[in-house]
Design a binder for this molecule. Structure first.
Ligand code: FAD
Length: 125
């Protein structure tokens, strides 16, 4: 029973993390600033180290090493994320997701993304 509970939490944390990542990607700008590109890369990079399932983090690190995040535009980041999620799906024996449908599955929130923090303006972008 304890193992079942742990597996349920692991799956829930996975769904929550993918929800955050895909929702964030849905709002990633067509023309991201350098800071936004850095932030997306850093977020993925942190997950390869501190994702709260050590095995998952290690496998994800290997995936990301082979296929580094593409953060040059919203569409590019969404495509990369969908393909990366599919690589995890494949490893877990799950069905692959049709990446043409990603923009209808994951919509931006009604509220706008955080924007224009100081760093961006300093860079003059
Ligand atoms: P999830 O895979 O959580 O997906 C949630 C929803 O996203 C799906 O219902 C579907 O609507 C949509 N979706 C599915 N695929 C895609 C896609 N390619 N693009 C866009 N949307 C999609 N679990 C393990 O047991 N072992 C691991 O090594 C492991 N590594 C992980 C690494 C990371 C970085 C993350 C975030 C999670 C990892 N997980 C791992 C958890 C695992 O990926 C799932 O989240 C969990 O098993 C629950 O799966 P699910 O079937 O509910 O759907």
């Amino acid at each position: 029973a304890a193992l079942d509970a742990a597996a349920a939490v692991k799956a829930e944390v996975g769904r929550a993390t993918w929800t955050l990542l895909h929702t964030l990607a849905a709002q990633f700008p067509d023309r991201p600033t350098r800071q936004q590109q850095r932030d997306a890369r850093t977020l993925v990079d942190c997950l390869t180290r501190i994702y709260p399932c050590g095995d998952c983090a290690r496998h994800f690190a290997e995936l990301v090493r082979r296929n580094p995040p593409v953060v040059s535009s919203g569409p590019a980041f969404r495509r990369w994320l969908c393909q990366t999620h599919n690589r995890v799906n494949a490893r877990l024996g799950k069905a692959l997701f049709n990446c043409d449908l990603v923009e209808s599955r994951w919509a931006p929130l009604g509220c706008s993304a955080a924007e224009a923090v100081a760093g961006e303006e300093v860079e003059g972008e």
